[in-house]
Design a protein around this ligand. Structure first.
Ligand SMILES: [Zn+2]
Length: 332
């Protein structure tokens, strides 16, 4: 059974929750805030299981044997309610339905748990309705709001939750998770982790974009061509990949790489990089010349991503991007 010790790379968040469990000081609402794909959902379910286990080890490790543990593991625990967006948003009807369910007495557990996934996607109506519930929280109910962006949430909701922050994962953790939880080969897992921007879900998308042929490591190939100033090959590549359904993943992973490059040049601290086993020699081209080339490359990549989102001509967008990147690193 999964428990808080299975959550990798989120020491602070896990410590806060273990303390709460061991000291039996449980808030009625938590906001799990942090980037996508870093373990918020796994943490929420592990926490929920620990709250309801009849005999948790060390106060936080669900025993895996009691009825509550068994039912949670098999997804049929009557006091665990999960809300996720229907279509684009979490709607007021969903909040009302959940309110109806939790107004009954607890069926068996110590706590009723409500997990709201993508809580930032609540409609205004849904958010106001939830706020009313949080203002007079029903006894023995714990709300866990999961979100990757708090700017879209009502401040009045945030202020009623205990904030648990989740951070982008270091590449060694991404690599380990990809290898052991998703069966990706060690070498591939390491390569992907360097481009994942600290997110397992981004890493999985990169893997998908590679398809069966993992030698086709597009982001690295693009970087090599850009730095060597090979315009002809870049334009040829642009034609090759314009129909790639994972193009935005490729560009996003390049942003992650340049982000690490900028941080490395400014701080010389490997600790601050998302990609921990990165070869920092590769950041050298970013240091040449006066202007900050890494930051400019990120701006160019973001512009291209925005254009693609607005349905601009893909080939043209890629050509322009590659040319600009090429001139940025090979000024004549
Ligand atoms: Zn148990």
């Amino acid at each position: 059974m999964k428990d808080l010790d299975c959550v990798l790379g989120q020491e602070q968040a896990v410590r806060q929750l273990k303390n709460a469990l061991q000291n039996k000081v449980i808030s009625h609402a938590y906001l799990f805030l942090g980037p996508e794909g870093v373990g918020k959902r796994l943490t929420a379910f592990s926490f929920a299981a620990a709250l309801n286990c009849q005999n948790p080890l060390n106060g936080y490790k669900p025993c895996g044997k009691c009825p509550a543990c068994k039912k949670i593991e098999h997804d049929n625990y009557p006091d665990l309610h999960i809300l996720e967006p229907q279509g684009q948003s979490i709607k007021i009807e969903q909040i009302r339905e959940m309110q109806g369910k939790i107004s009954y007495k607890k069926l068996e557990g110590k706590y009723q748990i409500v997990i709201l996934e993508d809580a930032q996607k609540m409609t205004v109506g849904a958010a106001n309705s939830l706020l009313k519930i949080l203002e007079e929280p029903p006894q023995g109910t714990v709300f866990i709001l999961i979100a990757d962006n708090s700017r879209l949430m009502l401040p009045t909701i945030i202020s009623r939750c205990q904030l648990i922050r989740f951070v982008a994962l270091r590449s060694e953790y991404i690599s380990r998770i990809l290898e052991y939880n998703y069966g990706i080969g060690k070498e591939d897992a390491e390569q992907i982790s360097l481009l994942s921007g600290g997110s397992v879900s981004q890493g999985l998308q990169i893997k998908e974009s590679w398809g069966e042929n993992s030698n086709w490591r597009l982001p690295n190939r693009i970087l090599n061509l850009v730095f060597s100033g090979d315009i002809c090959d870049l334009l040829r590549l642009s034609g090759e990949i314009e129909k790639d359904p994972n193009l935005t993943v490729v560009l996003t992973s390049l942003i992650a790489w340049f982000r690490d490059g900028v941080v490395w040049i400014k701080t010389r601290s490997v600790k601050l990089l998302n990609a921990t086993s990165v070869d920092t020699e590769k950041f050298k081209p970013l240091e040449e010349g006066q202007e900050n080339k890494g930051e400019q490359a990120i701006i160019l990549l973001n512009q291209a991503l925005r254009s693609l989102k607005q349905n601009a001509n893909t080939r043209l967008t890629l050509d322009v991007l590659f040319l600009k990147l090429c001139f940025l690193f090979n000024p004549k």
